[in-house]
Write a protein that binds this ligand. Sequence first.
Ligand SMILES: Nc1ncnc2c1ncn2[C@@H]1O[C@H](COP(=O)(O)OP(=O)(O)O)[C@@H](O)[C@H]1O
Ligand SMILES: [Mg+2]
Length: 359
Amino acid sequence: MHLQELKLTQYKNYYFDHFTFEEPVIGITGSNGVGKTNLLDAIHYLCFTKSYFTLSDSSNVQVGQEGFRLEGIFDKAGGPFKVACVFRGQNKKEVRCNELEYDKFSQHIGLFPCVMIAPDDVDIIIGGSEPRRKFLDTILSQINANYLQQLIIYNKILQQRNTLLKQYTETRRLDNTLLDVLDAQLAPAGQAIFNERKAFLETFLPLVQQHYEDISGTHEKLQLEYDSQLLNTPFDAALRGSRSKDLYTGRSNTGIHKDDVVFKMQSEPFKQFASQGQRKSLLFALKLSEFDVIREHKGFSPILLLDDVFEKLDASRMQHLLDQVCHYEDTQVFITDTHKQRLEDALGDLEVQHQIISL
Ligand SMILES: Nc1ncnc2c1ncn2[C@@H]1O[C@H](COP(=O)(O)OP(=O)(O)O)[C@@H](O)[C@H]1O
Ligand SMILES: [Mg+2]
């Protein structure tokens, strides 16, 4: 799959711009603040119907304007496909593929997969559990439509349940029947998500381990484990068991929204034990594994978006990463860098066709 063209209208710093991408590797260069990250995020937006960095659509609207429009032409089997995202302000958003508007944005997810690597992604390694769940959800949502559906249901019901519990702590009045109804809806969705995560991680985590060994050039044994309250208890039983605690704390203490993936090295927590270099190796191992899994499921490469990775990565890790993804003929990679010469040198060393866009 390739993105051939991108048009941005009133999107962040782009008032109206049109780009064409002709080569498998596209280097994007320019000084700080010219819009390199914004350009990658626009591509991400077309693939996911949302920004990688922010939940709020309105922050992507150019200051002083009311809405934005993004348009991309993707080439893949059965294509070309023209994808358009239009945001008109106040939550009015439309996504179309070849002029056909989706009923639900979720129908679009996974059709044009992409993998982003951005500087703050190191949070997946050193941050709380949320960025790890998000990482997991991003992969599974792109390869498993039912997973995404269950996740949407789960999050909606969980929010309603939490509102009810919070009301109870404030008013001491409880609609028990409603809570039972919500639990009856939450349980199957949560159980389904747990089952999918568990099955997925059984093959995914060994893949990460393998990539980590390749990237770091060592046989350092990582331990990667799925951690969930549902590992030992079915979710419906766990929900019943936690109800009294939920009532006095005013929130849902049990469920797959508490899941985590634990990284360890020599039985110590990875984030405390590992050096900067080891953290980067693990991050790139996770992302390369994401790339592999999506490629295997789709039968084509997801677009790879690499934001400022030269800042973070030494030459040999960078080379390894690009070698891994560029030996597939259909891979398209976007790489940003502030140093034009460094980017040109790095891409020149690669035996792959590339173009440089100077912003
Ligand atoms: N909503 C917006 N409207 C106009 N400009 C914006 C908006 N959001 C961000 N910007 C501008 O985008 C620029 C940052 O772009 P970014 O892609 O992060 O740059 P780079 O990655 O090249 O350093 C800043 O100059 C910022 O002022
Ligand atoms: Mg940037």
